[in-house]
Design a protein around this ligand. Structure first.
Ligand SMILES: NC(=O)c1ccc[n+]([C@@H]2O[C@H](COP(=O)([O-])OP(=O)(O)OC[C@H]3O[C@@H](n4cnc5c(N)ncnc54)[C@H](OP(=O)(O)O)[C@@H]3O)[C@@H](O)[C@H]2O)c1
Length: 320
């Protein structure tokens, strides 16, 4: 074959243009959002200038507690909202003493009805809230087929949607009006990598997290010109009670490591894995889908999750 023939030269030109176009459209923004932006620029938002107070839901443990600590470290006063008053008081004391900021607590169960939002409204009335972290969320105890988990515990279906979806929409509707008036504010919504990759056997959980992504994305478009930043954060595994991972590792970092990394993406990415190894994981799965086809990627994930389910069921059987 003559490599200098006009047809080969035209085809090479097209291939290089397509590659260049894809680089500019997809690869460079990914590299900026996940590597260059957070490491070179750091957060492009000074959250201290957003307002005096931060409100964090699900803040007595895991990722929520780590957000609360980081925001207090930056000097923000806190409203911590969780279920157990004893744990809330203990965390409030710990953070107040460590960082010398005022900490208030509100004990509500986000699986309950709309009445809890009246209690939150009264507790946050008049506060200059600059940051809202919608972190509270619940998941399956282990991966399970939809019919198994909803038939054995029908209440769970209501609870997971109330805690993972209603909490986000109601908290936004409570806190955002004052942000819109002062034309500044940050809302961080905790989604999950499960919301952006195939997640069979976690179908209700992953669908609630896909909702959080979509809601945040459209809300950001609506309120960008009002000075608000709405970020959807999509962690992979983080070593918390929810994941049941005790020892942090590179792919399942401690909540503190995860949150420091996620906060460095503020103002750089509005939809983000928040942590480079998790962004790479999403990339590998999306690449597998593109190269091998959606069905093959889904089957690989299904096989993997079925393995996790079998191990969990064996563990449960031993415990009984
Ligand atoms: N960990 C992960 O691997 C991972 C991965 C992806 C996404 N996420 C998301 O990140 C968020 C935080 O997860 P996490 O792992 O940090 O969870 P976690 O360790 O289980 O902590 C959950 C926090 O939420 C509170 N909470 C739970 N149910 C509540 C309810 N019904 N009402 C009020 N508060 C409640 C808990 O308070 P109490 O102590 O009072 O129960 C606790 O403070 C969730 O939205 C989760 O979906 C986590």
């Amino acid at each position: 074959m003559d490599l200098n023939s006009p047809i080969i030269r035209v085809l090479s030109g097209i291939a290089i243009s397509v590659l260049g176009f894809q680089m500019c459209r997809k690869v460079l923004p990914w590299v900026f959002a996940n590597i260059l932006g957070p490491s070179l620029l750091g957060p492009r938002v000074d959250i201290r200038k957003m307002g005096e107070w931060a409100v964090v839901t699900g803040s007595t443990d895991g990722i929520g507690k780590a957000y609360a600590r980081e925001l207090a470290r930056k000097g923000l006063k806190l409203v911590l909202i969780s279920r157990s008053l004893d744990k809330l008081n203990a965390v409030a004391k710990e953070i107040g003493e460590n960082f010398g900021v005022e900490v208030r607590v509100v004990d509500v169960d986000f699986t309950r009805g709309v009445e809890i939002y009246e209690k939150i409204r009264k507790s946050t009335e008049g506060l200059d809230v600059g940051v809202l972290v919608n972190n509270v969320g619940i998941s399956y105890s282990h991966p399970e087929y939809f019919l198994e988990c909803c038939n054995s515990d029908p209440k769970f279906l209501r609870d997971i949607i109330a805690a993972n979806i209603h909490s986000v929409t109601h908290m936004c509707s409570l806190i955002m009006p004052r942000m819109v008036v002062k034309r500044k504010g940050v809302v961080i919504n905790l989604s999950s990598t499960a919301g952006v990759i195939p997640s069979p056997l976690l179908s209700v959980y992953s669908a609630t997290k896909a909702f959080v992504n979509k809601f945040s994305d459209d809300l950001q478009t609506e309120y960008k010109d009002h000075g608000l930043i709405i970020q959807s954060v999509q962690p992979g595994f983080v070593a918390t009670n929810m994941s049941k991972i005790r020892k942090p590792n590179i792919f399942a970092p401690s909540p503190e490591t995860y949150v420091k990394s996620a906060l460095s993406t503020l103002g750089i990415a509005t939809q983000t894995a928040g942590y480079l190894p998790h962004a790479l994981l999403q990339l590998v799965i999306h690449f597998t889908e593109a190269v091998l086809g959606d069905q093959i990627a889904r089957n690989v994930v299904l096989k993997n999750i079925l393995g996790t389910r079998s191990r969990a069921l064996r563990r449960l059987a031993k415990e009984q």
